[in-house]
Design a protein around this ligand. Sequence first.
Ligand SMILES: Nc1ncnc2c1ncn2[C@@H]1O[C@H](COP(=O)(O)OP(=O)(O)OP(=O)(O)O)[C@@H](O)[C@H]1O
Length: 337
Amino acid sequence: MSAQAGKADDVLLSARDLQRYFSMTPGLIGRATGKKPIHVHAVENVSFDIRRGETFSLVGESGCGKSTVARLIVGLYSLSDGRLTVDGKDLSTPQARKANAPEQAQLQMIFQDPYASLNPRMRVRNIIAEPIRFLKLENDERVIQNRVHELLRQVGLAPSDGERFPHEFSGGQRQRLSIARALAGKPSFLICDEPTSALDVSVQAQILNLMKDLQDEIGLTYLFISHNLAVVYHMSARVGVMYLGRIVEQAATGQLFSAPRHPYTRMLLDAVPDLAMTGRQRTPVAGDVPSPINPPSGCTFHPRCPVANARCKAEVPMPKQHGGTIVACHAVEEGRI
Ligand SMILES: Nc1ncnc2c1ncn2[C@@H]1O[C@H](COP(=O)(O)OP(=O)(O)OP(=O)(O)O)[C@@H](O)[C@H]1O
């Protein structure tokens, strides 16, 4: 594992108690039959810091809130509550994002499906030039085109590729284009939501290596979102494990993979090949994630947890520091595991 660890006192992004609820109002028939609005607790009390130059990853089963956290950070969703800062500047509300435009401009997002996020009618050179023009980073068209060529080279493509359209590229090449476009606005922080899960395994490795090279070259910071633990192990300095909207454990990657504390982290790691070579046996993940519309009481993991007791069913565990790990688990706190 060669992921760079940032300096503990050099925090680029700080998230505190992020909350996001989605309200779904019933349709006409639902309202006529007295149905009430439904609230989805997508993200609850999520806190973490990301240090400059490091990769922090969020993992967890489908629907646990990873993409919602990514969208909250970049500003595609607004926060129901909580505080978000970049370089110490507040980005918690749309007004704060406007007031702190230079910090907002540091954030760029890369999506899972590169084709859906590239305008099929635009030539690549214009797709990549768009953020440069929008942010008024350059005015001279010749300088803009030189910068586009430089970005294409930086992601392993040729300057002549600028004349082509997105459909003329393979999936991996399209993800390279997405990265070039994201870099065009000169961000320091890339939020990568499952950036390789739509790609063939061999192409995945090329894109991940490109991301690591770019991090080394220009000191990028990444929030990396994936359900693939092997990829997370190779990419990240630190990892947060999400379950039903909450981070249940966060630690340095080596520590999390070799000595997981939370029973959910253990269950996830037990289901994959033994990446940290600790000699653990593989066992499939048991049970399903409950619905975030009506989550279980207390610790939401208690219905699947092998060590849950009465307290776990009644009381939500708060994240607490245990050695180098932050864990939200009564059993860990009480020394039962
Ligand atoms: N726009 C929305 N409206 C209503 N509910 C939403 C919306 N976006 C997300 N959700 C719900 O919030 C919860 C978290 O979803 P999210 O997409 O963040 O999870 P995820 O961990 O990224 O899942 P996946 O790995 O499948 O992408 C889910 O229950 C989802 O249905």
